[in-house]
Each structure stands twice: as C-alpha cells, then as structure tokens.
Design a protein around this ligand. Structure first.
Ligand code: SAT
Ligand code: MN
Length: 603
C-alpha cells in the first residue's frame, strides 16, 4: 500500500512503531464508507461483530467485549510527567522514562499476526483554528470503525497536516499477538495487570496497551481531548472540560449557551438532548461529553465540541428519558455489550419496554431470558451497566445547526453537579466566579458504572468531573479556573450547581428529564436579572416554588429538594477541606478563602 502522506515525522513514527510491534501489514485509513463496510464485513466474518436487522436498525452492528474489558480502568491510567508533583495527587504517576521502558517491553511484537491501522483524525472541524490533529496507530478494527463515528477520520486530515505539520501521536494495541495458525479471541485484550493507559503531556504523546474498550482505546476522546488537551490548553490559554454543550432558545428567539460538567454516567447525554417542558423554550445539542473553550475577541468564552459522535450509556436510554439519543442510534450505529434480540435488534435494561421475544444473546454472548435469576436469586442483566451506543452526532434530530461552527458558541452559563441521593439541593447559584470555582472543585458524586474499579466508596469528590481526566496537578487545575475568571472579568459565565438525584427511599423526588428545563430556564432568567433569588449560606436559590408552576408537584417535596441542611453542609465542608488538603502547596489560596467564607456563612 502506498503511503498517502509526505509528513516526515508521521512516516518516521509509523516506521518506528511498526519495527517495535511487528504487525503483519500496515493499513492507512481514509475514513471512507468503503473502509467502514469492509472492516465490518471482516469482523462479522470472524464473529467479533453481529450485523443487526437491516429493516429495524439499518447499517448497524453489535459487539460484545471480553467480560474483563468493559470500562475505563482508572487504576491503570497514568499521567507521566517529569515530576510526580506535576501529575498531582489525583493521578497515577510513573516516571516517563521508566514507563516507556516497561511499555516498550509490552509493545515488542504485540501486533504480530494483526494489521496495524493508521488513523489520521481531527478533533474539531478539520482545518479549524481550535481543532487538533491526532494519528492513532491501532491493531483493533473495532477502534477504527468507532473512530470513524467519534472523530473526523479522513485523507483531508493528512492534507491539512502537510509535509511538516504537527500531530498528536496516539499508540494503541489490544496487547494480544497471534501466533501463526492461532485462532483469535472474539475480543482480544490483555489481563488487567498488563493494561496501561499512559499519557506524556509534556510531549503530547499517548500510549495505550491491553484494552479495546471505550476511552481506553478510542484515543481521540478522553486521552487526547481531555487529558492531553487540558495540559496543552493550560499552556496555550484555553480549556478542555468534561462538559456537554447545549443551546437553550427562549420564545423570543434569544439563545443561551450552557456548558455542564457531570461525572461519567450521570446524565450528560440526557441533559444535552433534553426535551423542554417549558412552553416555547427549546434545547439544541452541541456536544454531550467534551467542551474546548477559548476566550474570543469580544472577551467572552467560546466553546466547541471536538467530537463527531456520541459514546452514550445504553441502559436507561428510552423514549421517555432520551428519545433524541434513541433516534441518533436508529441507524449507522455501533452497540457494545447490549442484548441482541432474536430478530437481531438491540435491547437493554430500562429501555422502556420488555425485551422483544423475551430474551436473546446477552452482553457475555450467552443465551439469555429476561427475568432470569442467578444462583443467589438476583436478576441477571442482559446488558452491561456500562454498555454503550456509538452514534453519529449529525443523526441527532435536535443537533444545533451551529454545532460544527469552528468559532464555537459563547457560553453564558456553567453548571456543575453529580449524583447525590441526599444533602445537595436541586439547584443553587454561586455568588461570584470564585465561589463557582469552589463549587466545581468540590463537586462530588456517588460512583457510577463508568468507573467500576473504584471499589466500595460511597462518595467521591470529583473536581470539575475531571478527576479521571486531568492531565496535570489538580491544584493547578483549580488555579487555571481562577485565572480564566480574571481574564474574562464581567464577561465570565454565571456558575450554578445542580443535583437531579435526591431520593426519598427508592423514589427520586424530582422527576428530572424534560422537567430539568425548568431549572435551566431559571438560570437564564437569573442571567437576565429577571427573577429574584434567596441568599442562603451555600448560594442563591429560587424563591418559593415558582419553578414548579403548572406542575403537579407537592410543596413538601419542593421543601425537601431545596432544603439547606446546615449540619450536613458543615460536615461536607470538613470533608471538602480534608480532600483539598491533599493538594498541599498547589492548592490555590483562593480555594482556602472560599472554604473559610463558606464556613463563616454556615455559622
Ligand atoms: O469509555 S469512555 O471513557 O469513553 C466513557 C466514560 O467513561 O465517560
Ligand atoms: Mn464522559
């Protein structure tokens, strides 16, 4: 195969990696439909992929991963900076030279018997100022087809790169060489102790080994667009955040842009595609996971979505919770670890209806019946809780017409949050940017299925929902937010904190989903200074229950939702103080000031 580029650095790197990993052949990817169809046909042939019913789910495929390879592995994710302090206390760290020696040992001959694919991709519209070019080398055809949807893979990327353009090298291997004649596994991968998701932010380099799943393997997403980009952005004066971006338009046509950070599997995709219940107000989606933001010439902060698709959590996605996500994966989609029904469609738990035919093939590739119990009498789930759909953003019926505008959209509102079944009220507003940064930095959540290796923790502080994705010291991360506030001055977005998830026993108190638009509208009204708010020790909150007007929502429930339990908050502040102490002298002074102010307000 001829080499479709003259970029010297790229050619030399591909040669160097091929010499180390010894693939059977090198395949340069062009992102074409022909390439997609060819790889899918090959994977159907080997049994790795299942072609879904063309009438029900056109041009769509299902995969089952190995049961040991179902989510990101935070315990095997590394930020390898020269000093441990620069990676900070929230990241795993190994000296970069030492890590490279270990990983070179693993990479040696690791692609034997497999092709190595070269995937040139752009995060952000190709050629835009804010876009970044990456090249992923991988021995996984599953990665290639997913990258087609999630990033922009095309020969045009090589054109933009030219002979001496810069790119971010992303090396990936499933870590499972094939001896001659050896039968391949359905989902090749390496055991957990050999998995490494390594980042070298000082040289914009990514090395991933041993996992074929999601963020471990589709290196444009968490590895490039968050970990490497957050470090690069800090050096260059922009930000990479774990945020959805949406446009909320009022009946008069005024547009507000909201960016919201929640940890993985806390409903970013649902909020991004929300069906507003407020008459005349409508939501359009710009992104569901990642925002890159830069101050514009007018002094406001502009955001783009660097991705081209959604890698959304399947379970819980239904006509009720997120019809727009369902529409996005109604064709041209890839499903991983869901149930394949008898008539070759897909199903997952809480899809809103029973599994057609009563069962199918479950995520472990076994025959499965809905309602089936295991030896302990627990119901066997058909889909893995972190099962995913890979869908094209352009198929989302409410995708914003400006979602690919290289200039981005000006952000009016930041929202932080997490899953808390108690204590945290439905919504509160920061008094100013600095308190907002405190809210973001002390955001906390009960763990979700996206991070299964966290063990039995009940609550996790997750600053800016970026704990697993910060490419540098978390204390410096907070400082970067304070600095951005200073730069933006009175053009800075207003900051809010939300929690949709308070429970009364098993019942969620707030109905959530579409009704969350009421909360977003309140935020927009606050931006306009149209509504009053009450000052409380933790921030500003809506007056009475104006937010629930026209809704059948009991006053007692509203009171519970909005209660500021001072004792509980005093305890939370102490926990936050202890958490923050781990940043030592990298903790910004402004954070300590905010802690003290909050303590004083709580009395
Ligand atoms: O697997 S991913 O890292 O892409 C999804 C997530 O955990 O947010
Ligand atoms: Mn995410």
């Amino acid at each position: 195969m001829s080499v479709p580029t003259k970029n010297k650095k790229l050619i030399a790197w591909v040669d160097e990696i091929a010499a180390m990993t010894t693939p059977e052949e090198i395949i340069w990817c062009d992102g074409s439909v022909e390439e997609y169809d060819r790889l899918m046909a090959q994977m159907v042939e080997t049994g790795m992929a299942i072609k879904l019913n063309e009438k029900k789910r056109p041009n769509s495929y299902a995969f089952n991963s190995d049961p040991s390879d179902v989510a990101r592995v935070e315990s095997r994710t590394y930020i390898a900076t020269k000093t441990k302090e620069d990676a900070g206390p929230t990241n795993n760290w190994i000296d970069p030279e030492e890590l490279k020696v270990t990983m070179r040992g693993l990479y040696k001959g690791c692609m034997k018997g497999r092709p190595m694919y070269v995937i040139p991709f752009s995060m952000g519209p190709i050629g835009s100022d804010i876009a970044q070019i990456g090249v992923e080398l991988t021995d996984s055809p599953y990665v290639v087809v997913n990258m087609h949807t999630m990033a922009r893979v095309s020969n045009k990327v090589l054109e933009v790169l030219g002979d001496d353009g810069e790119f971010i090298p992303c090396l990936h291997s499933v870590g499972s060489p094939l001896e001659p004649g050896q039968k391949d596994s359905r989902w090749p991968c390496a055991p957990v102790e050999k998995k490494y998701i390594a980042h070298f932010p000082e040289e914009n380099l990514i090395w991933s080994f041993g996992s074929g799943y999601g963020g471990n393997a589709l290196l444009g997403k968490k590895c490039l667009a968050l970990r490497i980009a957050s470090a690069k952005g800090r050096r260059e004066g922009w930000m990479a955040e774990h945020m959805l971006i949406l446009r909320f338009t009022n009946p008069e046509g005024k547009k507000y842009h909201i960016a919201a950070a929640f940890p993985s599997a806390c409903g970013k995709t649902n909020l991004a595609m929300l069906q507003s219940t407020v008459p005349g107000w409508k939501v359009e989606t710009i992104g569901d996971d990642i925002a890159w933001m830069k101050p514009g010439k007018d002094g406001r902060l502009y955001a783009i979505n660097p991705e081209a698709g959604f890698f959304g959590v399947a379970p819980g996605t239904s006509e009720q919770s997120n019809p727009m996500a369902l529409a996005s994966c109604s064709r041209d989609a890839i499903f991983t670890n869901v149930v394949v029904t008898e008539d070759k469609d897909v199903w997952w738990e809480d899809m809103g209806y029973d599994c057609p035919g009563g069962g199918g093939i479950d995520w472990k590739n076994n025959p499965w019946k809905q309602g089936q119990k295991d030896a302990d009498g627990n119901e066997v789930k058909g889909a893995h809780p972190n099962s995913r759909f890979t869908a094209k953003a352009e198929l989302c019926p409410v995708i914003c017409p400006d979602w690919e505008d290289p200039a981005g959209v000006p952000i009016d509102i930041f929202v932080f949050g997490g899953k808390r079944t108690s204590v945290m009220p439905l919504v509160h507003e920061a008094y100013d940017w600095e308190q907002g940064v405190y809210m973001g930095a002390t955001a906390s959540s009960e763990p979700t299925a996206a991070a299964l290796d966290l063990g039995n923790v009940s609550l996790r502080f997750d600053p800016f929902a970026m704990t697993p994705f910060m490419g540098y010291n978390g204390g410096d991360y907070m400082q970067n937010w304070f600095d951005m506030g200073e730069k933006l001055g009175d053009k800075a977005p207003k900051i809010f904190y939300v929690n949709w998830f308070q429970k009364d026993g098993k019942r969620f108190i707030w109905p959530g989903f579409g009704e969350n638009s009421r909360v977003l509208k309140w935020m927009c009204d606050r931006v306009e200074g149209k509504v009053e708010a009450i000052d409380t020790p933790i921030g500003r909150m809506p007056v009475d229950n104006g937010l629930t007007e026209g809704m059948d929502f009991p006053a007692e429930d509203w009171e519970r939702l909005m209660k500021v339990d001072k004792d509980a908050f005093r305890k939370t502040v102490l926990e936050a103080e202890e958490y923050l102490s781990k940043f030592g002298d990298r903790l910004p002074k402004k954070m300590t000031e905010q802690l003290e102010k909050l303590k004083a307000r709580l009395g």
